[in-house]
Design a protein around this ligand. Sequence first.
Ligand code: KIV
Ligand code: NA
Length: 265
Amino acid sequence: VKKVTTHTLQRMKAVGEKISMITAYDFSFARLFDDAGIDVILVGDSASNVMAGHETTLPITLDQMIYHASSVIRGINRCFVVVDLPFGTYQANSKEALASAIRIMKETGAHAVKLEGGEEVLESVKRIVAAGIPVMGHLGLTPQSIYKFGTYTVRAREEAEANKLRNDAKMLQDAGCFGVVLEKIPAILAKEVSESLVIPTIGIGAGMYCDGQVLVMHDMLGINTEFKPRFLRQYLNLHEQITGAVKNYITDVKAKNFPNDKEQY
Ligand code: KIV
Ligand code: NA
């Protein structure tokens, strides 16, 4: 199989082929998504929410991200794997950022790291890129800053914040990022940024003009059913299907229908 690389993603933008990206946190789902032909798997720090049950992404640790990422890597053949640098492992200074990125690359076999922010993290981006590690940016509603925002509403509606985002996107590209996630911003702003950058933009709640799209697997598969923002398209209702299957199993066990004479030794 021909493996997806940063060059593949760059070429996809150049020829207008949209990039498909989904989160995964373990071996089995990574294998399913790779088999389906996904271009990029993101080992997101959303693992803090959907795997660990935390309210925010802040608590997850670098060791926990490394556990998820190394599990994902064992499941894939073709797709490109990006791993989130978790909160507190890159903001203090660029040396610490590089050390965190190196741990992810060395201990997981992943292909790239992602971090949140623009100008604030520029030195870190440059230092990680200089070490030969591909970096993806993340702008807009960056969940590690949720307590600064105080709300999960759409970002960059005001001109000042939109301007900062435009500048941040350009700075991330100039610092050597191979792509940037745009989360929950107006489609018109995402269009402008996507057209102004050479590197691909990957949108989540950022409209149809981004160069690719990303969704959290638990949301798009309907494992989470409480989370229903406008931008989410739910492709399955796994909550219903799985609770249904497990209810049938419980019924069979209680009724002494499982196991039957062919299901025993
Ligand atoms: O952690 C995550 O799942 C993400 C995506 C929502 C972009 O960063
Ligand atoms: Na994330």
